[in-house]
Write a protein that binds this ligand. Structure first.
Ligand code: NAP
Length: 275
């Protein structure tokens, strides 16, 4: 409590921030944000606020006077209906990971996209994906941010998802291809494999024991040329990343995205640069 939350210094003037979603057991966001408050000598604390629905989270935040929240799995899309205003980027992506309480109510922002963009550029070393063929695995909130980033970086892209209609909806928005996530799409995946962005929740610790052991690309044999970025960061190496590394691929987990998006959130919460 003292090390992460600076518990002994919390008083009635302490500004309250947090993260909401479920599960939250493995989130690293409190460590990142509270370290930032400490470094800037701010009287503020950032806590996990587990919620089963976005309205439950907002209701609690209103009652206790929370000023800003990170929004995580599974509320990034459903939170939108609770907000008074959303940023242009949030509207374009269709998912929100940051809400701030302003004069007129809750405002939504998306820092996942800028966080992922910085993480992907640092990981691949490419400032543009103009000559790259990119696969996005998944079509949830994180995949929406990924699609926005790949479009900005000018990559050619195909989105693969279990529920094809969700992949189609995003792909049509950006002029990308889309396909079912499974063996029948093997040829297509092979042809979009320069950079593979894993953006489903599969492999994530604590979702469920079986989920953690799964590999969304079990039907695909890595050939070693692929750059594989797994948006999941807990565990550090998902079964997918372990297999990709063994095949000689360049790999990275989602912790760098988490850090970069948190720094942007910190700026929105406090008006100060994190670093
Ligand atoms: P979401 O909106 O609920 O989307 C979940 C995605 O996973 C969907 O594409 C879903 O497919 C797919 N999926 C779930 N279970 C599946 C299964 N058994 N088989 C095949 N596909 C399955 O979640 P999200 O907000 O996008 O988050 C996704 C993951 O990214 C989470 O683990 C989250 O923690 C992580 N994330 C990390 C960062 C970071 O900073 N590193 C940022 C954002 C998110 P269907 O459409 O078919 O259901």
């Amino acid at each position: 409590l003292q090390e992460v939350y600076n518990f002994k210094n919390i008083n009635k003037n302490t500004k309250l921030f947090g993260i909401t979603g479920s599960p939250l057991e493995t989130t690293s966001s409190p460590s990142i944000h509270n370290a930032g408050f400490r470094a800037h000598a701010m009287n503020a604390v950032y806590i996990p606020i587990r919620s089963d629905s976005p309205d439950e989270a907002i209701d609690f935040a209103n009652k206790v006077g929370v000023r800003g929240l990170s929004v995580t799995f599974p509320h990034k899309e459903s939170i939108l209906q609770e907000l008074k205003q959303i940023s242009e980027k949030t509207g374009a992506i269709g998912a929100c990971n940051t809400i701030i309480h302003g004069d007129s109510g809750w405002q939504g922002h998306n820092t996942d996209a800028i966080g992922l963009k910085k993480a992907l550029i640092a990981f691949t070393g490419f400032k543009s994906f103009r000559r790259k063929r990119v696969a996005i695995i998944g079509a949830g909130g994180a995949a929406k941010a990924a699609a926005n980033v790949v479009k900005e970086l000018k990559g050619h892209c195909c989105i693969f998802n279990r529920t094809v209609s969700r992949a189609r909806e995003i792909a049509e928005n950006y002029g990308f291809k889309y396909a079912f996530l499974g063996l029948e799409s093997l040829d297509l995946l092979e042809s979009y494999s320069d950079i593979i962005i894993q953006a489903t929740s599969i492999g994530m610790k604590n979702k469920s024991a079986s989920h953690e052991k799964e590999d969304p690309l079990g039907f695909y044999d890595f050939r070693g040329h692929e750059c594989v970025y797994d948006i999941v960061y807990e565990p550090k190496k998902t079964p997918l990343l372990q297999r990709a590394e063994k095949a000689g691929c360049k790999i990275k987990n989602g912790y760098t995205m988490l850090q970069y998006q948190a720094y942007e959130q910190f700026k929105l919460f406090t008006g100060e640069d994190y670093e």
